[in-house]
Ligand binder design. Structure first.
Ligand code: PEP
Length: 255
C-alpha cells in the first residue's frame, strides 16, 4: 500500500489562542502523552508563543510551527514576520494559506504561492492549506477549486522542494464548525490532490507526499479518517488545545 511510503503528520493549529505561560503549560501536558508517537507531531502556535514553545519542546519529539509568514526576508513591512526570522529562532514548520488567512486577511492563491516560495527558500517545512467553501461544494466544483489552489501554490516548486511540503485539505465548511467531512468525501479530495501532484511531478513523487485532512477532526472521528488511503495525518484546530484529545488523534495516526 502506498500509504506506507509517507510519514503521518499530526499538526495542531492553535490559532489566536494561548499566552506564553498557557502555551508552556499546554506543551508540558501534551509532551508525555505523545512521547511514543509513531508519527510526526507538530504544534503551530501564535508568533508570541514560539520562543516559549521551542524552549518547552527542546527535549521532546514535538516540532514547532508558525501559523503564517511573509515572503520578503526583511524590510518595510510593518507588522509582518518573515520566514527567515522564523527559521533563525529554530521554527521548523509554517502553515500557509489557512482559510482564515484567505477569508479574513486577504490571502489569495498568488500570495499563498509567494509565502510558500519564501518559506521554502528559508528552509521551513510548509503545511499548505487548500479547500473549498460550502457554496463551491454545492456547485460541484470542489475538485476544480482544490486543483487550482494546489497548482498555483506549487508553481515553481521543484520535485526536490516538494519534500518540504505537506498539503492539508481543509474544507472551509468543516473548520471549527463541528461538521466533519465524511471519510469518503475527504478521501475523494485528498486523492484528487495526489493526482494533481502526479501530473506535476510524476506518480512516484506524488506517492511520497503527506496529504492531511483538517476540519473538525477529533478524538472520536480521527481513526476512521486516518484509515483512508490518501489521508496521511491531520491539521487540528479546536482539539489541539486539549491535550488528551490531541494525544488521542496522535495515537490514532500512530497505528
Ligand atoms: C484548522 O484550524 O485548521 C482546523 C481544522 O480547525 P478545527 O479542527 O477546529 O476544525
Amino acid at each position: 500500500m502506498n500509504k506506507t511510503l509517507r510519514r503521518a503528520v499530526i499538526a495542531g493549529n492553535w490559532k489566536m489562542n494561548k499566552t506564553p505561560a498557557e502555551a508552556e503549560a499546554l506543551i508540558n501536558e501534551i509532551k508525555p502523552l505523545v512521547k511514543n508517537a509513531d508519527c510526526d507531531v507538530v504544534c503551530c502556535v501564535p508568533y508570541i508563543d514560539l520562543q516559549t514553545a521551542l524552549e518547552a519542546t527542546k527535549d521532546s519529539n514535538i516540532k514547532i510551527g508558525a501559523e503564517n509568514c511573509y515572503w520578503a526576508e526583511s524590510g518595510a513591512f510593518t507588522g509582518e514576520i518573515s520566514a527567515k526570522m522564523l527559521k533563525t529562532i529554530g521554527v521548523e514548520y509554517v502553515i500557509i494559506g489557512h482559510s482564515e488567512r484567505r477569508t479574513f486577511f486577504g490571502d489569495t492563491d498568488e500570495t499563498v504561492a509567494k509565502r510558500t516560495r519564501g518559506a521554502l527558500d528559508a528552509g521551513l517545512k510548509v503545511i499548505l492549506c487548500v479547500g473549498e467553501y460550502l457554496e463551491q461544494r454545492d456547485l460541484g466544483i470542489t475538485i476544480e477549486v482544490v486543483r487550482m489552489q494546489t497548482k498555483i501554490a506549487l508553481n515553481g516548486v521543484s520535485a526536490d522542494e516538494l519534500k518540504n511540503i505537506i498539503i492539508a485539505y481543509e474544507p472551509v465548511w468543516a473548520i471549527g464548525t463541528g461538521r466533519v467531512a465524511t471519510p469518503d468525501q475527504a478521501q475523494e479530495v485528498n486523492h484528487a490532490i495526489r493526482e494533481v501532484l502526479a501530473e506535476l511531478y510524476g506518480k512516484d513523487v506524488a506517492d511520497t507526499v503527506t496529504v492531511q485532512y483538517g476540519g473538525s477532526m477529533n478524538a472520536g472521528n480521527a481513526a476512521e479518517l486516518l484509515a483512508q488511503e490518501d489521508i496521511d495525518g491531520g491539521l487540528i484546530g479546536g482539539a489541539s488545545l486539549k491535550a488528551p484529545d490531541f494525544a488521542a488523534i496522535v495515537e490514532a495516526a500512530s497505528k
